[in-house]
Design a protein around this ligand. Structure first.
Ligand SMILES: Cc1cc2nc3c(=O)[nH]c(=O)nc-3n(C[C@H](O)[C@H](O)[C@H](O)COP(=O)(O)OP(=O)(O)OC[C@H]3O[C@@H](n4cnc5c(N)ncnc54)[C@H](O)[C@@H]3O)c2cc1C
Length: 559
């Protein structure tokens, strides 16, 4: 029962007994009560890669192999022995399996339906901890070894390639990638199949579907990200946006028994997902990357039963009916008894000619590992004097040869936290350029040159710099609300005590009670995080507001 030889033919980043733990007889007995014993023959396939994940197996006798099919060949991912179990994070989302599960030897398994396993992890804290840790660590290993069901063929100079890399990374989906700039043979192959520059990146999805420069929505559809989710049921609460505030609302509402659906236009994490290192979030003294924080929150929300629709943009709120209806991509309507708006804000675009030509091809709005790799060894510009600009500069200074911070004002002290200013002062690769703004961008397919002006010295100069990070404040994502709720002069949503009697009269507030804290001018519709007027733009406040709103959702549902 406790054989300890490594079950994997690979080097693991985490201890093998955490990635592939062996359950005790008592733990197996608790699981067995939720499933049934199945005898298996050598070579028998228990579940196929690519099928929607519906069952979970614990080996009780013999051996079970996890293999990754690849064309006519296959790669062995792991061998499970008695006491070990199948599954990784797709077990929570119900997405398609990444591996084939096959009996390596005759034996027996306990087969448990996914729904029963999900119910068990909510009540059995010991098993929940073992499964969660193993599922997450396995996903980390799959990503590290590129054992996904996606091959991305692209170029680091193409904005589409960066977008797809970021989308897959932020969804925690493993993929292998081929860089056309380093692999001329693949470029020749693409030429032969008349794949043009506009078709790049090419995404080979589940080994069968070839997508040319797909949208994030097409990739999500091909990988079946949203297949297991019922979009027609009336939900207790629909949360729009899966940044820190939306994910927090999802964790609290699902853990308190509400039927919750989250709608996310892109990938979980929001602005925080583009932060290289968050150092001021409680409980992480050495900092945590926004992506890691978001990935943990996403898994936590799913563990409690929240469902997330990925790459689905909300285009309208039908607020003239009850239940409310939320329109997705001008298509289907999701009905909801209560709504939490958590759509956050987006970084301001620089007001420069030809900007869109270079977005993703030299101009970026986030500084993560993906962008840092692209500009390794080169000079970069960070525009902005706030904390996000400071963080980006410090992070990029690890890989870039020089980082120029361009600020319109006389310095950083008014707008940036002291700890970041100190870090910048201590980093020789960073140069702060006060009173300086970019005046023009130049290049072909990619940004090649930047013109900037020092307004104090009255000088202009041109620099062969190919990467600009724009970190200059944010505008709220509220355009889609089309007058449903009261907004302030900057377009942020007014809530609770900020709503004046005139606002409520204009909105025809129908109740005798005043709006709850975080409730908008529409009863049962709440706004949390950066999208809300008066919010302090921090991860901690977004998370706090997400949890507070849920307390009021309960009250509204009882009304
Ligand atoms: C680079 C950077 C670094 C930062 N560093 C820190 C830090 O160190 N510490 C700190 O406390 N704060 C930091 N912040 C601020 C922090 O990230 C934000 O305050 C926080 O992310 C706000 O969370 P939110 O959920 O309200 O909104 P957001 O994070 O903006 O998330 C909103 C989500 O809604 C989705 N969405 C938008 N419109 C729609 C729609 N129509 N339909 C469906 N979905 C939609 C978006 O795709 C997004 O995922 C940083 C921000 C940035 C950009």
């Amino acid at each position: 029962m406790t054989e300890t030889t490594s079950p994997v033919p690979l080097t693991l980043a985490s201890p093998v007994d955490q990635v592939f733990p062996v359950l005790t007889p008592a733990q197996i007995a608790r699981l067995a009560a939720h499933g049934h014993v199945r005898q298996v023959q050598r070579g028998e396939v228990l579940a196929e890669a690519g099928e929607q994940l519906a069952r979970f197996f614990v080996v009780t006798a013999g051996q079970v192999e996890l293999v990754r099919p690849s064309g006519v060949t296959e790669a062995l991912v792991a061998v499970l022995r008695p006491g070990q179990f199948t599954g990784e994070v797709t077990m929570l989302s119900g997405r398609r399996r990444l591996v084939r599960i096959r009996a390596g030897e005759a034996g027996a398994v306990i087969e448990v339906e996914r729904q029963h396993l999900l119910a068990l992890v909510q009540t059995d804290s010991e098993l929940s901890e073992i499964f969660m840790r193993a599922f997450i660590l396995r996903r980390v290993e799959l990503i590290a070894h590129g054992f996904g069901d996606v091959v991305l063929v692209g170029s680091n100079y193409s904005p589409g390639t960066l977008r797809v890399k970021e989308f897959l990374t932020r969804n925690g989906h493993p993929f292998a990638s081929i860089d056309l700039d380093r692999d001329p043979d693949v470029q020749a192959l693409l030429d032969r199949f008349q794949v043009t520059v506009d078709d790049v990146p090419v995404v080979i999805c589940r080994g069968v579907v070839v997508l040319r420069n797909p949208t994030n929505g097409q990739i999500a559809d091909c990988l079946g990200f949203n297949e297991a989710i019922d979009q027609t049921r009336v939900r207790d609460v629909v949360i729009i946006g899966a940044g820190p505030s939306g994910l927090s609302a999802a964790v609290y509402s699902a853990s308190e028994g509400l039927d919750v659906l989250v709608l996310e236009a892109n990938a979980p994490g929001g602005q925080a997902g583009s932060s290289s290192k968050i150092e001021n979030y409680l409980g992480f003294p050495t900092g945590i990357s926004g992506q890691e924080l978001a990935a943990r929150a996403y898994t936590q929300a799913q563990k409690f039963g929240a469902q997330l629709l990925i790459a689905k943009r909300v285009t309208r709120l039908a607020c003239d009916r009850q239940p409310y209806a939320i329109e997705i991509d001008h298509g289907p309507h999701v009905p909801a008894r209560a709504v939490i708006i958590a759509t956050g804000a987006e970084y301001r675009r620089l007001s420069l000619e030809h900007l869109s030509q270079f977005e993703g091809a030299g101009v970026y709005y986030g500084a993560t590992f993906v962008e840092a790799q692209v500009c390794a060894g080169e000079e970069v510009i960070v525009v902005g004097g706030g904390n996000s600009a400071g963080q980006a500069a410090v992070f990029l200074a690890h890989t870039a040869s020089r980082v120029h911070i361009l600020v319109r004002s006389g310095g950083l002290s008014a707008s940036m936290s002291r700890y970041l200013i100190r870090r910048i002062e201590e980093t020789p690769a960073i140069v702060v350029r006060p009173y300086t703004t970019i005046t023009a961008l130049d290049g072909g397919d990619h940004l090649d040159r930047v013109h900037w002006r020092d307004h104090q010295a009255g000088t202009s100069a041109t620099h062969a710099i190919r990467h600009v990070f724009a970190m200059t404040g944010a505008v709220p994502n509220t355009r889609w609300l089309e007058g449903c709720v009261a907004l302030d002069a900057q377009g942020f949503i007014k809530t609770g005590p900020d709503l004046s009697p005139e606002d409520l009269a204009a909105a025809r507030w129908p109740l005798t009670r005043a709006p709850h804290l975080l409730e908008t001018s529409l009863p049962g519709v709440f706004a949390v995080g950066d999208v809300r007027g008066g919010n302090i733009k921090r991860v901690a406040s977004a998370v706090g507001e997400g949890s507070i709103a849920v307390a009021f959702v309960h009250q509204v549902l009882r009304e």
